[in-house]
Structures are given as C-alpha cells and as structure tokens.
Design a binder for this molecule. Sequence first.
Ligand SMILES: *Cc1c(COP(=O)(O)O)cnc(C)c1O
Length: 389
Amino acid sequence: MIKIEKSDRLNALPPYLFKEIDRQKEEVRKQGLDIIDLGVGDPDMPTPPHIIEALNKAASDPANHRYPSYTGMHDFNKAVARWYKRRFNVDLDPAKEVVTLIGSKEGIAHIPLAFINPGDIALVTSPGYPVYDVGVKFAGGQTYFMDLLKQNNFLPDFEAVPKEIARKAKMMFINYPNNPTSAVATGKFFEETVAFAEMNNIIVCHDAAYSEMAFDGYKPKSFLETAGAKDVGIEFHSLSKTYNMTGWRIGFAVGRADVIDALGQIKSNIDSGAFQAVQLAGIAALDGDQTCVETMNNVYAERRNILVDGLVNLGLVIEKPLATFYIWIEVPKGYTSAEFASHLLLKGGIVVTPGNGFGAAGEGYIRIALTVGTKRLKEVIERIGSVGF
Ligand SMILES: *Cc1c(COP(=O)(O)O)cnc(C)c1O
C-alpha cells in the first residue's frame, strides 16, 4: 500500500454540515419509520415527453456519437440566444456571448479558475449555493461572505462590504430567485449591482437557475436586462429545474464575451462538452411549447400554498415565496437550525435542510424543498402539528 495524502484544497473544504442529518436519516430508516424527504432540491416530476422524444431521436444518429464542441453546438447556442430574446428581450451573439455547460454547476465551479489567482478575493452570499465558495477556494482564492439578512429582503448590502475588500475583489456570485431563501431581486438591486461592480472592477456572475420557477404572475428578470450588465458580467442558466432535467446535465452561461471566452478556454482544457443528443433535446426544450413550465409552476404553487398556510397555522414564521420550490422557515425559539432539523427528523421522520449548511448566515432557518405531492405535504403538516416544537 502506498501512502496517500489528500490535497490541501480538499482538506481545507468547509465541514460537511449534512453529515449528522445523513446519520440520523439512516438511524430513522433502520427503525422502520416512514421518511418524507424534503431535503434535496431535485424536481420529483419527469422530463416532459417532447424533450425525451428529441433525445431518443438524436441518440440514434451516429453524428452525435462523436466529441461535441467544448463551447456547445452552434445550434444550441443559437437556440439559447432565441430564448433570451423571447423571454427577456436581450440580444446575444450566439458565437461569442453563449457557452454551453454540462449543467450550470460545472460552469459555476470552473469559472474562478479563469479569473482567480491564489489569494484573490471573491464576494459570495451567505447563505448560498455551496459551489460558489468551493469553486473560489479550489482556484486558491479567498471568499468574502456577504450576509443575506431578512431586514434586507435577503439581498446583499454592498455598503456593508469593507471598501478595501470591495476594491480587491475580482468576482462576485449572486443568485435570484434565490436558493435557499427563495428571495427575489428587484430591478433596483440589479442596477446597484452594476454600479458597485463598475466602481470596483468586479466580474458579476449571476446564477439564474430559478428564473422560470415563479408564481402568482411574477416573472423574474434577467440580470442582463439591466443597463450596463453585459459590460460587467455573465448569467448562468440551467435546464435542470425549468424542465425537470437535473440528471441530463445541460446548462449555459451568457453575457460579456471575454468572460464567456475565458470560461470556454478553461473548459477546453478540462472537458469535451455536453453530449450532442442532450443539446438537441435542450433545443427542443428551449424552442418548444412552454406550457409544461406553466403546468409545473401551477403544481409548485399549489404545494407552496398548502404547506405555507398549514405551517403558518401551526405558528411557524414564513414568507410565502414568489419563486423557487424552496420554503425558508425561521426556526422556533430555543432551537438552532441543526436542532430543529434533528427534531423534525427523529420525531416526525421529516427530512429538511438546516440553514447553516448554506453558510453561517443561514443559522436560524431551515429549508424545505417542495418536491413531494400535496398528500405527503398534508402529512408533513399533520406530523409537525403532532410532534410540536
Ligand atoms: C440546482 C442549482 C444549480 C445547478 O443546476 P445544474 O443541474 O448544475 O444545472 C445552480 N444553482 C443553483 C442555485 C441551484 O439550486
């Protein structure tokens, strides 16, 4: 046996905060208790049939069995530009301002390699999607966390970032509609983001994974709709949540051409692009009838109403979200995030995610994903009602 030692970058990873929940889940499962898992943000409904048909057709064409282009098929990038124009009225050059990703997580994790030198600073929100911080650290950078607080509607307060840090920062990650808080951004916030980025020379990476998952007539804006946005940054999108395609691994980034080009350069040295048959299915998704998106949003809105109304009735403090399939819940007095999550799991067989797993500022909250049907959600309310808190 040779002696192996993990790299410093792996050893320096933040502690995996869901370990304890995973262990408790196993314990509860062994006891034979019925578990309702509201932990993971993975849609429970299938991919719409017209997208699967497009994959089936493309999968049997030998032209798609070869290496794809690492920046994406031109046809996919053109479909992205068409979708952007229709959806946001933003013009994109498919040859220069679009790159196809093997899921948006891939691009988010890789982009710091294009801009971060050891010791460079990136601004990341807390709580936030953990990949932002990890990607920065893998590139040798340092993360400065901008806390998302309830009194600021879970938007970062740029005034609170020390001037020295702002001046030194090279990149920033933001995400609206937001995972895990389900907060949405205003046009004014995006304008402030552009101004702050311009003043401090910061590349803005806006993660718009949930731009299509919204309710009550609310339509999230693209960051690129903001004047000057394309001069300071890019936007990440994913087909995963919009079309129930998390397993397919397809997404894209769009925006400032030299930033997109640098991300493509990193990718050309690491991966060989997304399977073309999946890209052709992605074209069918983007160009096709969008009724499926509306149908799914109606399902999530109904689930949201049932769960939020039921839990508010029990005395929990929750804002009914306008977007995403997450419910961000303040833990009752006397509990930490981890304690409340354990209580629901051990006593009620309900898996939720403790908010501090998304960053220190998520302490005091739990996140529920609306990824089970209404019957199960009603049971969640009953169980929480009977175990109490
Ligand atoms: C789900 C998710 C993604 C990643 O989606 P992919 O499947 O990698 O395209 C990116 N950002 C956020 C905030 C997410 O919740």
